[in-house]
Write a protein that binds this ligand. Structure first.
Ligand SMILES: Cc1cc2nc3c(=O)[nH]c(=O)nc-3n(C[C@H](O)[C@H](O)[C@H](O)COP(=O)(O)O)c2cc1C
Length: 558
């Protein structure tokens, strides 16, 4: 397959639209590795305007009298199986150089008059060459929030040129966002859909699902428009240039998803310590507002050098890494930081898929709801790890043989009962260790020995994991902190390492009093007695995993 891609943006390779076209071509290439792709770069090409002399019709039929690059381009144009027209929308039409190119295609038609048969206008010229099998794809970005309604002139022209609806279009509003590094998460998702479209295009056609993704807005109308307005760096009131950190803060505020509002207004204060500039972003149910005089007590205050925050926003450095290195500090309510993506994150495909309405009306609340439910098999469950241990501790203490027998059954059944959950190494190890203790007890080892030893084994398992990259609790608490993404968060790992160590120490000590209790009349209740401390420890864990990150982020802990 021969593909001709015409890049008609005056920005050349730096064109927003060209990013989409490259993704589309990549998709095609992944499906058809042997395609040949030719490119015409109109920005640097010598394509002069048509002189209107008709010499290509009468004096030199099929040949233009202008000596420039167009003769070679027409050759490529004729030999292509697929032409991709890549251009920005200019004044609701194609940019001038592309219009020149299109005009200069006159040698490709014969001068005679014919009627059209597809209902497009009145009058046509027969084609000089049979290009009826040639296909066309139009890829374009425009500056307004939506492409809808803005491409009428373009469509009308291509209907005349290629035949009504005889081409495929990928038109995307909010085109300037493709050059904003801070928004890469969202634009990359869109480009991924374009790549998919390219793949599907040459494999039977773009599917309705992909088309729906391509039609979705990058951001809801009001979010985009606030961002776009802020991006010019001009005050709406005075028309004067604004301070860079204020422009940046306004753009950040524009990203606010008001569906994340949870019943009370929040005041996020940004203090750029190197500039000593402070701004407050008021987050309400109706949207966000930037206040330059900081009139309210803050809910959460971020103290950061301006450049550090810019680097985080553009993805040059990781926010979590920067926080762990205490390159910025957070005062006040830390929960806003924990839900940052809900407040300021882009719409993800997962949130947006299947929401048809998203494209025109902004975002329905259901689509913005952070997905709390993971697919089966994707989350871990600590009960899977605990159940064998607890059953052995309680039941074997009451009755060594029966208790061990039941516990052995539980070890075997737990993976089946919890089939919906992802199993960890520790789940499997637990089944193996507890099963061994059950067998030892069943084969005559005294429970006064196996029980304390099992606590020791449990304590060792937790303690040893503290020396590994992922401490034991991290495998389970990650479910509440964004899944496996949390495993790259150094603060999350440190919090879990401390908690795992605390639990490990508790269980390394437990055998001491367990052994002592086993000698007394309370021996049958040792499992129950040993549940009291862990219950307290559970409360401590719940408190610590919220308190420690906030305490650390406030810069009070190195
Ligand atoms: C001269 C000019 C005219 C434009 N006209 C429109 C327009 O009519 N409608 C629109 O939505 N965007 C318009 N835009 C915005 C561009 O279409 C938008 O910035 C596009 O993403 C640029 O793509 P490119 O980087 O591929 O050149 C115009 C931009 C310029 C410079």
């Amino acid at each position: 397959m021969n593909i001709l891609a015409v890049n008609a943006s005056p920005k050349g390779e730096k064109s927003n639209t060209w990013q989409l076209t490259c993704a589309f071509l990549e998709g095609i290439r992944s499906a058809l590795p042997n395609v040949t792709i030719e490119k015409i770069e109109l920005r640097t090409a010598d394509v002069r305007p048509c002189l209107g002399c008709f010499s290509c019709w009468n004096k030199t039929p099929g040949k233009c009298c202008i000596q420039d690059d167009m003769a070679a381009f027409l050759e490529k144009r004729r030999n292509a199986d697929l032409v991709i027209w890549s251009f920005p929308l200019y004044y609701f039409n194609v940019p001038g150089p592309l219009k020149n190119f299109i005009d200069r295609q006159l040698p490709m038609v014969l001068p005679f008059m014919t009627d059209r048969t597809d209902g497009t206008g009145n009058g046509s010229h027969p084609a000089r060459y049979d290009l009826s099998a040639q296909k066309h794809v139009l890829i374009s970005t425009c500056g307004f929030y939506t492409a809808r309604g803005n491409y009428d002139s373009v469509l009308s022209m291509f209907d005349h040129m290629c035949g009504k609806n005889n081409y495929t279009t990928i038109f995307c509003g909010q085109g300037e966002l493709f050059r904003v590094p801070e928004l890469k998460q969202r634009t990359a998702a869109y480009l991924e859909a374009v790549l998919q479209a390219g793949k599907e295009y040459v494999s039977g056609g773009i599917t309705p699902t992909t088309f729906r993704q391509l039609e979705q807005l990058l951001f809801p109308k009001e979010v985009f428009e606030a961002m776009a307005d802020a991006s010019w760096g001009i005050s709406k009131d005075s028309g004067q240039k604004e301070e860079e950190s204020l422009i940046f803060t306004r753009q950040m505020a524009a990203l606010y998803n008001k569906s994340a509002w949870a019943g009370k207004d929040l005041v996020l204060e940004m203090h750029y310590t190197d500039l000593n500039h402070r701004y407050q972003i008021l987050l309400t149910k109706d949207g966000s507002r930037v206040l330059t005089d900081c009139p309210y007590p803050y809910t959460t205050k971020i103290e950061t050098p301006f450049r550090v925050w810019c680097d985080i926003a553009s993805g040059r450095i990781s926010g979590q890494q920067a926080l762990f290195e205490q390159r910025y500090r957070v005062q006040g309510d830390f929960s806003l930081m924990m839900k940052w993506d809900d407040f300021f994150g882009p719409e993800t495909d997962a949130k947006a898929t299947n929401s048809k309405e998203l494209s025109e009306k902004g975002t329905p609340s259901s689509a913005k709801e952070p997905s709390k439910q993971s697919a089966p098999g994707q989350t871990t469950n600590m009960n899977l790890l605990l159940l064998p241990w607890i059953s052995f501790w309680i039941l074997a203490a009451i009755h060594a043989t029966n208790g061990s027998l039941i516990s052995l059954g539980i070890c075997l059944l737990t993976p089946v009962l919890f089939y919906r959950f992802q199993k960890t190494f520790y789940d499997m190890l637990s089944g193996l260790i507890v099963g061994s203790f059950c067998l030892l007890t069943l084969t005559g080892s005294p429970v006064e020995i196996t029980l304390p030893l099992s606590y020791l084994a449990f304590g060792l398992m937790w303690s040893i994991s503290c020396f590994l990259r992922l401490p034991l609790t991290a495998h389970y608490s990650m479910n509440d902190y964004g899944g496996t993404n949390a495993l790259d968060n150094l603060l999350f790992l440190r919090t879990n390492r401390i908690l795992t160590a605390a639990w490990g120490i508790l269980y390394l000590l437990t055998p001491i009093w367990t052994r002592a209790l086993m000698q007394t009349a309370l021996s049958a209740y040792v499992g129950a007695i040993n549940s009291v401390l862990p219950a307290g420890m559970g409360l401590f864990t719940a408190w610590f995993q919220k308190w420690y990150p906030a305490h650390f982020a406030a810069g009070r802990r190195r």
